[in-house]
Design a protein around this ligand. Sequence first.
Ligand code: COI
Length: 370
Amino acid sequence: MADNPGTEIEFEIHHSQSRVPDAERGRMLQAPGFGQVFTDHMITLRWSAEKGWHDGKLEPYGPFTFDPATAVFHYGQELFEGMKAYRQDSGSVVMFRPRANAARFNSGCRRMAMPELPEETFIRALELLVSADRDWIPDGEGQSLYLRPFMIATQRGLGVNHPSSEYLFSVIASPSGAYFGASKAVKVWLSEDYTRAALGGTGAVKCGGNYAGAFAAQQQAVDKGCDQVVWLDAATHEWVEEMGGMNLYFVYGSGDSARVMTPSLTGSLLPGVTRDSLLKLGPKLGIPAEEGRISVAQWREGCASGEITEVFACGTAAVISPVGSVLGASGGWTIGSGEPGPVSERLKAELVGIQNGHKPDPFGWVHKVA
Ligand code: COI
């Protein structure tokens, strides 16, 4: 459902009259955690079958009111994105690869039978919010302004004969620190009885349903003393796919002969923007990077033989988070020394360096907002 081709979608600007005072905002930015603190404004934009995209606004952050029979509450027709804005030392405010998120969002819209949003409008919405709330961008180490665009089905009614005929697109922003808090390397739980996504399903799009169906396994992981779930392929539970909210990379070898591999996008994995960035950045740093596949048995054997030296999770929220150990129903093992390794740390330093302006941006990934 492409919409309003060639028509610019306007946003009315309604600034908040009750912004959080400077001193209080300063306190909130000191240790914001992840996804707990929200800024003064949000974006809203509506779509209906009759009007297309309309009623765009930058407005004060606040609750929505919906009829209890609104479609999203019952059938979960919903999509979201995760992105970040950074304040660079030069004072510039930038976003990282917003076009990649816009493209992934629209690919999700096609899968979820939701209306596509013109890329320029997606980016304009983000720019408006980031500019209005630029004072909320924290600049401590590992901190950024996490941006959460999302879209929900807002038609009233319980029928399921067709997708919703009305939608709300919104963007909220949350000053955030490290996703995994102070932990140095995370411990992961192999989910051998639950399945995240099968071929033909919605695993490759960022819809809330994928996460809703994952909480039982995530709870199991927490009960076992782990931080996150590792999902395996639906058919055999043999091949490694991804983690609960991030992709995975495996490091083979060390020093000059180190190379990295991430599971291929078979159709059931989320095509992460950070995952894609590392496929491009690795070779630039002399670290060959490829897509491939790895079974649980190969993972365990590779760690035992020393062939696999490091494993890390990557995502917008997680950035690059080393995985120190693995646990499954039949026992567990440690990866390398169990501590963050040099390849993960180098890739992280380079990626974060591009994002915060400390390193050159050879790929043109950084999008200046102000
Ligand atoms: C992100 O990295 O942006 C994500 O969406 C992960 C989130 C589910 C915590």
